[in-house]
Design a protein around this ligand. Sequence first.
Ligand code: PNS
Length: 168
Amino acid sequence: MAAKPATVIAIYPGSFDPITNGHLDLIERGSRLFHRLIVSILLNEEKEPPLFTVEERVEMLREVVSGYPNVEIDHFDGLLVDYAAARGATVLVRGIRAISDYEKELQMALMNRRLRPEIETVFLMAGEAHSFVSSRLVKEVIGLGGNIAGLVPPSVEVRLRQRFDAAG
Ligand code: PNS
């Protein structure tokens, strides 16, 4: 068994397109659990074209985590576990909202464990106030003229409004 590292570094990976209050809740809690938390944006997302560029997402994340001295913003490409190892991290943090998240998260955690057993995935249950919030739904609701106040940080709401006003 590997020795326990003196400094536990955790990676919180994701698309963060954009960051929601659910993500922020996890960042806050993760920052209390680990010595260092690296929030890292996946580059070259294949799913669908992102609304915000990686640079914009980095900026938005930096704005909202400025109060957490042990939280860093980064981005990565390629295999998450290889990136984590290169950053000296031993933990991956993921949030689980509902049972519907579980299957995908279990698959990813088991694959990541197979690739690098020394890296552990830690799941945090989303705060109940955020259990229905996703970046995808936030974009859909604001795009259709709905109110997203309280679902994303105020600075992110401003950016979303600008983006959709410019598009509309
Ligand atoms: O916020 P998301 O979009 O659900 O995050 C998904 C993410 C970034 C965690 C996942 O797509 C990922 O880790 N991609 C990197 C490529 C990789 O390592 N794939 C194998 C993981 S099983």
